[in-house]
Design a protein around this ligand. Structure first.
Ligand code: NAG
Ligand code: NAG
Ligand code: NAG
Ligand code: NAG
Ligand code: NAG
Ligand code: NAG
Ligand code: NAG
Length: 505
């Protein structure tokens, strides 16, 4: 069962997801904590960049959640469960923060969402929720939106250096669809984007595709999204623009990506379209042999007076070129003077070509490495500077589990929560096993175990090296109470509660 149950549940933020247990891909379990991250199948072909993997999982995934995991298949942090997407490390006030969408993702053939963007600090405390509350929105007619607290869509949550966030929104509204063969009084899903002050939720910039339909006419929607019977009612609006990324130039203008126009648009400060970079025809540019469609995650790099480098995730495979053109990351130089685009690099893995049909991203890392998350195909790949794939991490079967975006980042996590401990007696072997973990903690290297017969009188019984998310110590004798203490650089508090030992493992 796909997200349809969540869709039908018509729920707000704390979506109660009744997703069927997927048994097609293994997951990990622990004695000391309830988390159940996927078991990553990791292949390495060369040196990878430092940092952990950050990803969400959905569709038939075992647990809807976001995860920080190591290249050694060890969990670092699993979030509370929910329909969460676009999980990554960004900077606010010069400090690393975690951001992700939390809400309701409406499955294809719609493919957008309604929710908030959560911002967590290094201790995993929720410090800000970015939301659009007051703008007058209308949801899909088939959804009861009465419990919605915010209208932000899941496609974007990019933080700018100015303490603002770029986000998107989808509004169901009336439009004349006669130019594409639809009803004159039809319904469309308008695409909006915003720049919002993270701390105050003040909307600093607001743009709607429909407001600019003179410059971006309906008839330029690519032929693979024909009107058919779309647009006749508000439950089936023509989702013509399908915005899926927003980035900001240094001069305060924006670049946005549209699925169904296969285009990137530069949006001026007054909202008008400065230029169009169309992936099949070029639009205002000469593509010089580059082609893209259904692209995601358009990012600006290395801006100069004359242009910039652009990275995209090109899942050309979708309805446009079915199963014939593999998905790839494309890095290209965009020359604004000559209006020419030139290829810098394409990123794909000839040993394992992927034909992704939705979602996905391309993240550029220091040292000219790149990480790609493949959306409908639950794989993360890292490429080195010469474009060779140096790592594949898989966490589900293709088109069974999906992940909106995946990233690699260094991260130091210092949770406010206490370490977790579970302990039991191995009957007949005169041994007490102690299982310890600390969700989100990255800096501990060692555990000290305290035990005894009396909860208020424990003494040191073992010191063990951390071996992964959960470490096990096997101690001679039958303890009745245990407590564990995490040790590592900069850890001030890391002491669990005292817990009784279970009589039998
Ligand atoms: C953000 O929203 C979440 C989910 O509703 C809530 O648990 C959290 O307390 C909120 N955080 C802030 C800072 O308001
Ligand atoms: C959303 O659409 C409704 C009509 O369905 C319209 O009244 C409203 O102004 C629109 N809101 C935004 C944010 O564009
Ligand atoms: C809306 O339109 C679609 C397609 O034209 C149709 O299948 C559906 O039954 C309609 N829904 C309502 C509530 O009228
Ligand atoms: C394109 O791919 C989709 C999904 O794999 C499949 O359902 C569809 O039949 C394919 N269409 C063509 C024309 O090959
Ligand atoms: C690219 O990198 C790989 C892995 O480090 C290496 O094996 C290969 O020789 C390099 N290729 C080129 C063309 O430099
Ligand atoms: C447990 O230890 C405390 C402190 O040493 C002591 O006061 C108490 O009497 C002990 N309780 C039992 C049941 O032995
Ligand atoms: C169990 O281990 C404890 C601690 O080493 C020891 O004192 C005790 O004699 C052992 N008991 C048995 C039955 O071996």
């Amino acid at each position: 069962m796909r997200l349809s149950s969540a869709f039908a549940a018509l729920c707000g933020l704390q979506a109660t997801l009744t997703v069927a247990e997927d048994t097609t891909w293994p997951w990990q379990t622990y004695k000391s904590s309830p988390y159940e991250p996927p078991s990553l199948k990791i292949s390495k072909f060369g040196p990878t960049s430092p940092g952990y993997l950050f990803f969400d999982q959905s569709w038939d995934a075992h647990q809807y959640s976001v995860f920080i995991m190591s290249d050694k298949n060890e969990l670092v942090w699993q979030s509370p469960r929910g329909d969460l997407k676009g999980f990554r490390v960004q900077k606010l006030d010069g400090k690393p923060v975690l951001t992700y969408f939390n809400g309701l993702g409406v499955p294809e053939p719609f493919g957008w969402g309604y929710g908030i963007i959560q911002v967590l600090d290094e201790s995993y405390q929720s410090i800000y929720n970015v939301s659009v509350t007051n703008d007058n929105y209308k949801a899909l007619g088939s959804i009861d939106s009465s419990s919605f607290v915010s209208w932000i869509d899941m496609h974007e949550n990019t933080m700018t250096p100015d303490g603002t966030m770029l986000v998107t929104g989808y509004n169901v509204t009336r439009a004349d669809l006669s130019s594409v063969g639809g009803p004159k009084d039809g319904w469309i899903a308008d695409s909006l984007f915003y720049e919002i002050d993270v701390k105050t939720n003040e909307i600093l910039f607001r743009w709607s595709a429909l407001d600019h339909i003179d410059q971006i006419p309906l008839k330029h929607v690519q032929p693979f999204y024909p009107i058919k019977d779309w647009g006749r009612n508000s439950s089936y609006p023509y989702g013509y623009f399908h915005i899926n990324s927003v980035d900001k130039f240094q001069d305060g203008t924006y670049i946005i990506s549209s699925r169904y126009y296969c285009s990137l648009f530069k949006i001026a400060k007054d909202g008008s379209v400065d230029w169009t970079l169309q992936g099949q025809t070029g639009g205002d540019f000469n593509l010089n042999g580059i082609k893209f469609s259904y692209q995601h995650d358009a990012r600006i790099h290395d801006e100069t007076d004359d242009g910039f480098m652009l990275s995209i995730f090109d899942n050309a495979n979708s309805d446009v070129q079915n199963g014939t053109h593999h998905t790839e990351g494309i890095l290209m130089n965009v020359n604004l003077v000559t209006r020419g685009v030139s290829l810098v690099q394409t990123l794909h893995d000839p040993r394992d070509e992927i034909f992704s049909t939705s979602q996905g991203n391309t993240q550029l890392l220091p040292g000219n490495h790149a990480v790609m998350g493949y959306g409908s195909n639950p794989k993360i790949k890292e490429y080195n500077s010469n474009g060779t794939c140096v790592m594949t991490a898989q966490f589900g079967l293709d088109a069974v589990v999906a992940s909106y975006r995946a990233y690699r980042s260094p991260w130091v996590g210092v949770p406010k929560t206490l370490p977790d401990v579970f302990s039991c007696i191995e009957q007949g072997r005169n041994k007490t096993d102690v299982y310890m973990s600390w969700n989100g903690a990255t800096e501990h290297k060692m555990w000290k175990v305290f035990g005894g017969a009396n909860a208020s009188d424990l003494s040191p019984v073992a010191a063990v090296r951390k071996t992964g998310f959960e470490t096990v110590a096997s101690i001679r004798g039958n303890l009745r109470y245990v407590q564990v203490e995490a040790h590592g650089l900069g850890i001030e508090k890391g002491v669990s509660n005292v817990v009784p030992v279970k009589g039998q493992c």
